[in-house]
Design a protein around this ligand. Structure first.
Ligand code: C2E
Ligand code: CA
Ligand code: CA
Length: 438
């Protein structure tokens, strides 16, 4: 009776994690699956504290029976971790379905039948990869999403392109554009004083059929080199325009910003097609461009940006501070937003220099009549400090990770940003206020 909790006498030392050290089989993919016992608090009330403390062990024992080659561990009284290898990424979906079925059967606890409500999540990585911590972090984030979305969530660790053949990759990317095999995630920006979501950024995603998730940091340069950045960006614009309309119909008339590569600002054919898309759709969109994107041919780039603005496309200057900055260009760009690079924001409360840079950038942007967005806001302390500094908008994991369209609708319906803003009261500022006022 694997599942019978009464085999552990109350008072016996609790088992220290049920664990099997085996991971045979095909090794192309590594999966880290997390199972959380969603109704743990209810079960504890029902079966008592001592018995409930052993529940995760019992779940681990059943899982071990299902996956003899896996390393299975109960990592807390509410959570079980499974490390598995697989031949292809799709295997993780099969494993999750098998788990959902197996865990739906009742367990026997202290002689009574007892049902758990499992919350399932996984992170996948193509082997070899060197970062077990990131795999765990992705799995934990997937579990947090699964709790919110009430479904299993899988996140993929992106593969490094330097391991892949760039010519084949460019060909695969062309195929992906033609067959709609890309998708977009959305990350909200929140207006600090107005305490509302004020716009949304679209971030492109590509799940390669063989290599799995590839980061845009890796495939955008491939697209630029191989001259497929224009069709790729036009694909993204069509997707975003359609989603912006759906969002509007769902009661959320939000502007969505799209990242535009610098080389496109000197491409008259792209400019013409992009304008046609916006004109035909009447969509409310914006473009994020970097300052350096106008350096190659400032005159025509700035003229093209003005054309976009005249069509109602809002402009944001992205990654400010990360590259070469030139005040003379900054003054000429018809932008309404300046986004301070996350490089300065993620270290904000632990660095002496970054708060000074951020504060002077906020003042500079305001002097140029632009609103300021801080990207990469990860902690309540950073949000509180930025609020004191007069930053207009924030964006980052603290508010929301980039999420799919349905999750975005849910986020906006539930006004989920409000709880985060309320938590970042000036109290969480503590000693950092001194930095801001210095
Ligand atoms: P970006 O425009 O600076 O986008 C912000 C990046 O920071 C995103 O990475 C986002 O997921 C990540 N991020 C957001 N909040 C946080 C946070 O709190 N902490 C940290 N550490 N990171 C955060 P992602 O999605 O991997 O995109 C990377 C870059 O790829 C983007 O940087 C952008 O330059 C480019 N990109 C993405 N989509 C497109 C696209 O459609 N077209 C073009 N040309 N470039 C794109
Ligand atoms: Ca951006
Ligand atoms: Ca950025």
């Amino acid at each position: 009776m694997n599942d019978d909790l009464t085999r552990f006498a109350p008072g016996d030392p609790a088992p220290v994690g049920h664990e099997r050290q085996s991971m045979g089989g095909d090794s192309s993919w590594q999966f880290l699956i997390l199972i959380a016992i969603g109704n743990f608090a209810t079960l504890r009330r029902h079966i008592g504290r001592e018995q409930s403390a052993l529940l995760a062990e019992v779940v681990a024992a059943r899982v071990t029976g299902l996956f003899p080659d896996a390393v299975v561990r109960s990592t807390s009284s509410t959570q079980v971790e499974i490390m598995l290898l697989g031949a292809e990424r799709a295997a993780v979906d099969v494993h999750l379905a098998v788990l959902a079925t197996a865990l739906a059967r009742p367990f026997t606890v202290a002689g009574q039948p007892c049902r758990i409500e499992p919350v399932l999540a996984a992170a996948t990585a193509m082997k070899p990869h060197e970062d077990d911590i990131r795999l765990l972090e992705e799995a934990e984030q997937a579990l947090a999403d699964a709790h919110i979305e009430c479904r299993s969530v899988v996140r993929d660790l992106a593969v490094r392109v330097d391991r892949l053949d760039r010519i084949t990759l460019a060909r695969d990317l062309t195929h992906a554009i033609e067959h709609d095999a890309l998708f977009v995630e959305y990350q909200p920006k929140v207006h600090v004083r107005q305490q509302r979501v004020c716009s949304i950024e679209a971030l492109l995603r590509w799940r390669h059929p063989v290599h799995g998730m590839i980061s845009p940091v890796e495939f955008i340069p491939v697209a630029e080199e191989s001259r497929i950045i224009a069709p790729l960006t036009l694909w993204t614009m069509r997707r975003v325009i359609a989603d912006q309309r759906r969002l509007d119909q769902a009661g959320h008339p939000q502007r969505i910003f799209i990242n535009i590569s610098g080389i496109l600002l000197g491409d008259p054919d792209f400019v013409r097609r992009a304008c046609a898309l916006v004109r035909d759709s009447d969509a409310c969109i914006g473009f994020e461009i970097t300052e350096t994107s106008v350096i190659r041919d400032p005159e025509s780039a700035i003229a093209n940006l003005q054309t976009f603005v005249d069509m109602g496309i809002a402009l944001a200057i992205d990654d400010y501070g990360a590259g070469l900055s030139s005040l003379s260009y900054l003054k000429q760009l018809p932008a309404c937003e300046l986004k301070i690079d996350k490089l300065f924001i993620t270290q904000l409360t632990s660095s002496n220099r970054d708060p000074l840079i951020v504060r002077s950038t906020i003042d500079l942007a305001h002097a140029l009549e632009m609103e300021v967005v801080a990207e990469g806001v990860e902690t309540p302390a950073a949000l509180a400090l930025l609020t004191v500094m007069g930053c207009d908008m924030v964006q980052g994991y603290l508010i929301s990770r980039p999420i799919g369209f349905d999750a975005l609708c849910q986020f906006l319906d539930e006004q989920a940003h409000q709880a985060v803003i309320e938590r970042a009261t000036p109290l969480s500022l503590g000693r950092f206020v001194a930095h801001a006022r210095a």
